[in-house]
Ligand binder design. Structure first.
Ligand SMILES: [Zn+2]
Length: 346
């Protein structure tokens, strides 16, 4: 098992990462267990698990936000985390997972958390505290006017939480550019070939990295490296979703909900939009007037069951009012129109 290899590309706000995780092998392909997999998906895994070197490109905040959002008391989420970072979470005394079945890996995961759950949650709590401070999640006025880097500096100077996770084996100064992955090195002594190859390989220059790399054997160090680089991105902030309570990154100062799919294929953002629409309606004074008139008319019908015209008028009024509410929702009528109509039809 090699160390975790982390290559930071600050120009593009992304990382290229190589590490050892457990992957699930079927006849067709191999895949990593992913965030958001459901219990039934997990329990249907009939193939073998292997320890495998995995490489991925991520935006810098992705893995850190995943980590601080895991619920380690949810055994399925804890299991997925265990699978993804088996090679980096410093597991002593566990047997080799090679060619394990689902049940076998589940057992390994249980053994790991039996001993290390509290520690894992403690490290997560430290990173949550750092993020809460740096991104001022709790709206502490004293932190206004400070940059993200300044806040991280103050946090670490005062609380000393993160330096213990700074377990880097090797790194470089990063004063060079690099291509990674499938870049073809042969022919680099032929200038014309090189120029044309790069124009074709990387037409918009997005694959070029700053060549700043880190090696570590410790997944917690990866999170520190990510946080350290994240604070360079001043136009992005991290917030807590008002629906699910998990962290998310955004460049919009007014966004309140994350993009996670929460229920019935709906994201928190979609649910949030519906909720705030409802709240807006509740707060709109014209709705109070509407409900008042509604109640008055219903009472009139109830008290006079023998007068047919009351009932007829009431039904017609209800229908017109419902149409008004629909029109307001799609934007063809306004609350003022509705108030005016209610004034004439009460
Ligand atoms: Zn959410």
């Amino acid at each position: 098992m090699g160390p975790i290899h982390l290559l930071i590309n600050l120009h593009e706000n992304n990382i290229f990462m190589i590490w050892f995780g457990l992957v699930y092998e079927t006849k067709k392909d191999i895949k990593m267990l992913e965030t958001g997999m459901k219990l039934q998906d997990l329990h249907n895994l009939k193939g073998k698990f292997k320890l495998f070197s995995t490489s991925r490109n991520y935006s810098i905040e992705k893995l850190l936000i995943d980590f601080v959002s895991w619920d380690f008391d949810d055994s399925d989420e804890a299991f997925i985390f265990f699978n993804q970072f088996y090679g980096g979470i410093n597991i002593k005394g566990l047997s080799s997972p090679t060619d394990s079945t689902y049940e076998g890996v589940r057992e390994l995961s249980n053994q790991y958390y039996a001993k290390n759950k509290d520690k894992t949650k403690q490290i997560q709590a430290d990173f949550r505290m750092a993020i809460d401070f740096v991104y001022n999640i709790n709206s502490d006025e004293r932190l206004d006017g400070l940059t993200l880097k300044q806040r991280l500096y103050i946090f670490e100077y005062y609380y000393h939480k993160l330096s213990i996770y700074c377990d880097i084996i090797e790194s470089n100064s990063g004063l060079s550019f690099n291509y990674e992955g499938d870049f073809e090195e042969k022919g680099t002594n032929d200038l014309d070939y090189l120029i044309n190859y790069i124009k074709e390989y990387d037409p918009n220059g997005k694959k070029l990295t700053t060549g700043r790399f880190f090696f570590t054997n410790n997944i917690w160090t990866v999170y520190y490296i990510l946080l350290y680089h994240l604070v360079f991105i001043e136009n992005q902030t991290i917030k807590k979703c008002k629906n699910c309570g998990r962290y998310f990154a955004t460049t919009k100062s007014n966004s309140q909900y994350c993009d996670r799919i929460i229920s019935e294929g709906k994201t928190c953002k979609e649910i949030g939009t519906m909720l705030s629409q409802k709240n807006k309606e509740q707060e709109e004074p014209v709705y109070g007037l509407y409900r008042q008139i509604y109640a008055k008319k219903a009472m009139l019908v109830k008290r006079n069951p023998d007068i047919a015209s009351y009932k007829y008028e009431y039904e017609e009024w209800k229908e017109d009012a419902q149409r008004f509410i629909k029109d307001i929702k799609v934007g063809t009528k306004t609350y003022d129109d509705f108030a005016e109509w209610l004034g004439k039809n009460n």
